[in-house]
Design a protein around this ligand. Sequence first.
Ligand code: FAD
Length: 470
Amino acid sequence: MPTRNVIIGGGPAGMYAIEEIRRADPAAQITLVSDEPAYARMALPYYLAGEVPEEQVFTGGPDFYQRLGVDARLGRQARQLDTAARTVALDDGATLPYDNLLLATGSRAQRLPVPGADLPGVITLWALADARQAIQALPPGAEVCLIGAGFIGFIVLNAIYKRGNRQRVVEIEDQILPRMLDRESAQMVQQWLAGKGIEVRTGEGVTAIEARDGRKAIRFASGGQVLADLVILATGVQPNIDLAREAGIECQQGILVDNHCRTSAPGVYAAGDCAQGPELITGRREVHAIQPTAVDHGRVAGANMGGQDVAYVGSLAMNILDVCGLHCVSYGQWASDGREEQRIVNATLPNTRKIVWDGTRIVGAIVVAPPDDSTMLNDVGMLKGFIQSQAELGAWKRYIEENPADLRRAYIGAGIPARLIPYRTTGSPSASRSFRYQNAEPVTQRTEWHRLLIESRPEMPEGPPPAAAG
Ligand SMILES: Cc1cc2nc3c(=O)[nH]c(=O)nc-3n(C[C@H](O)[C@H](O)[C@H](O)COP(=O)(O)OP(=O)(O)OC[C@H]3O[C@@H](n4cnc5c(N)ncnc54)[C@H](O)[C@@H]3O)c2cc1C
């Protein structure tokens, strides 16, 4: 009898899991239950900015479900889970039996606990419906007050900047991006925003939001107030763990999973924003509510549900933002927490770079620079490689200390590319994505340079990666 797999949630974690189950087990039964259509939340800012049409945010459709043999129950909600009987009850009265169940229920935006936070014209920007509402509410000339200067808030800020609407930002903590940048880097970004005419108020609490003459008045703890046409709340997210908790599955901040994305209940897996799984560097279980973790978790859970035995190396905290033309990146243990750190600052560009060391391993980094800075794009990729490989850099550490803007030599010298080649999420090579917008195929410009690059590719060494230079 085919294995019965039920997936709850059609976000990236659920969708990647479906692809992986089908790859591993062609005979498996797959049922998807999701209260929304399948789409990528991270595409919403591009839709809001007017850069892509709404259709491009979707990550699945009837063809996709048919091709992968998925029984898609969209617009349906999973209400109750019985881990002893191995069944899920839906809001339409259906009961689905399962052998394997994936909880990929994501997270939700928190509402601000102040009077007026539920008025019309006060929204979170979390779901497709919110993005539609924001587009309606933002004709040219309309003004936004963005409450919350975290990662999601700043993604929204950049989309509104691209739309051309005026905005101001209010943050209760005394710096912007408090869970992504240290104080020095955050100050650089705040100055950049001031240069773009965007007012940022830090250390400012909002006490109430009131309707006034078709606009909103936002009142502050310090006594002042400002007016806006639309208020966007970006004041934190909360993992959707109720279903798991009520079923007696072990949860802390998220649903606890091991390195196979298994929960404490037999046959039940969790993935993505709702899951609290091992982190790459410390091995501690953390919630990383970001797309790369959702994709990795989904693939690992899916491979295991399909009968493979795949252990996950752990997720890396990574945040990458375009703040009105200034790019900000942070990885891993960027906050140092007493570890040795190295920093270079060029305040006039502006450009700053911080590398956090644990012995001769790089365990965290921050980069803030304009994208056309010649070292920016390459170095951001290489820093991620150093951290993901967890290579002991030996003598190359001193080289980086003396030449912090020349990571390339150390990257090659310490053999990082060869160390990353065996780095695979599921043990199988990555394959072409199953869903493509309008079935479009990727286009490769096969120019003379493409031929030269392919023909001059070096032979890859066989066997284990070489030891780092000592
Ligand atoms: C505006 C915005 C921009 C973002 N940009 C970035 C970015 O640039 N980079 C990045 O790394 N991350 C970004 N993120 C975060 C990223 O989108 C999330 O980490 C990712 O969507 C998590 O995927 P998921 O599959 O775990 O959950 P989700 O995408 O939240 O999907 C879960 C789905 O399950 C459904 N569901 C929940 N409970 C039930 C139930 N009981 N029954 C049925 N269905 C249920 C939900 O409605 C939802 O459709 C952004 C998020 C937002 C909101």
